[in-house]
Design a protein around this ligand. Structure first.
Ligand code: F6R
Length: 357
């Protein structure tokens, strides 16, 4: 496939995208709307008396919704959310745990293993999936099942995988009702979509400009603990899976205590790094101060440093404004590399090899 040299050649960009990643991105506001009203609204929930902790177990594109839940609910809910990306569950999981087992395909072996373990430990379980083995197990066990529409990549299904978990917590009375905030986020995403879409020329399109900066560079994405950290992780994953390129992420203030020391050698390779700092004016004032100083420290060391600011009213809008920008950036970066953003052959290969073992 040919690399797209000019991101204003919309036809060329779209021709590379054989699985409809741009369509899925465009559909994200509608997806969130459906997830809010259709998917989680009616499912019968378990009788839950005292929940002490919540675990979201899943991998990759099915796990990031768990991190969104963790970050979003942290200051709003008395019960902690822990994300588990493993075959086994943490030792504290028991009858007072609510476990969301999330797998878009329903066939990810780590998630299936954690699901079985959750059942054995007597936890309340809710499955979120398009079907597969997880769907079968949930039906067998009478576990509440949130049925997600299929046909897109798991990483493009963030609305379907995240919003229902939020709604379940509201329906169980663990989290205050926030459908107004979800609606505000959906409206805001519609506005953003019009600014980030392939038809919008690079001169006015922040995602295209970011992709140009990250092209032929190693992206290093920094967020802030508790707010944009999940977005930094999301950007990294989307660049890996869509643009098939390496990327690394970290969070402030932690990175001021280790990673920042490593910006000395090897000098020629450091010149290949492009640092993206995800910022939110609502971040801790000391973190803002730290960012200013940190930028100075790396200024002459790396290729460049770009700040991307959260926008929108509610916390959800602000998180999703950055996620949406990063998602589009990763698909434009795929175009610059001349690669189809959809297929993730190496993940499929690994799953196949493990299955046939
Ligand atoms: C593929 C993707 C992956 C998968 C992961 C787990 O688009 O995003 O990160 O999400 O391999 O698979 P599922 O989501 O089917 O459990």
């Amino acid at each position: 496939m040919n690399a797209v040299k000019d991101l204003n050649c919309t036809d060329e960009i779209c021709k590379l995208d054989t699985t409809g990643m741009f369509e899925a991105l465009k559909g994200l506001p509608v997806q969130c709307d459906r997830a809010c009203w259709d998917l989680a609204g009616h499912v019968e929930l378990p009788e839950i008396e005292a929940i002490s902790n919540i675990v979201v177990t899943g991998l990759g594109g099915s796990a990031i919704g768990g991190d969104l839940l963790r970050v979003y609910t942290a200051g709003k809910m008395a019960v902690p959310v822990i994300v588990n990306r493993d075959y086994v569950l943490p030792g504290f999981v028991g009858p007072d745990t609510l476990v969301f087992a999330v797998s878009y395909s329903g066939n990810t072996e780590e998630t299936l293993s954690a699901y079985e373990e959750a059942r054995l430990r007597g936890a309340s379980v809710v499955a979120v999936t398009t079907g597969g083995r997880l769907g079968e197990l949930a039906a067998r066990d009478g576990v509440p099942l949130i049925g997600v529409p299929g046909g897109i990549s798991p990483r493009a299904a963030t609305g379907f995988l995240f919003i229902p978990t939020l709604r379940v917590l509201q329906r169980l009375g663990l989290l205050p009702d926030n459908v107004d905030e979800i609606s505000e986020m959906i409206d805001y995403m519609r506005t953003l979509q019009k600014e980030l879409a392939p038809e919008v020329p690079a001169e006015e399109n922040q995602a295209k400009q970011l992709a140009q900066k990250l092209f032929n560079r190693i992206p290093v994405i920094w967020g802030s603990s508790g707010t944009t950290e999940v977005v930094a992780q999301r950007w990294k994953g989307q660049i890996n899976e869509n643009a098939k390129a390496p990327a690394y992420w970290n969070v402030l203030p932690e990175l001021n205590h280790n990673e920042i020391v490593g910006f000395q050698f090897p000098k020629e390779l450091l010149k290949k790094l492009h640092v993206v700092i995800l910022r939110d004016e609502r971040d801790h004032p000391r973190v803002h101060k730290r960012i200013e100083i940190t930028r100075e420290v790396i200024r002459d060391v790396v290729d460049g440093c770009t700040e991307v600011w959260a926008s929108g009213e509610g916390d959800l809008s602000r998180i999703f404004s950055l996620i949406y920008t990063g998602d589009y950036t990763s698909v434009y970066l795929a175009a610059l590399y001349g690669i189809d953003p959809g297929p993730v052959k190496v993940i499929d290969y690994l799953k196949r090899e493990l299955r046939d073992d």
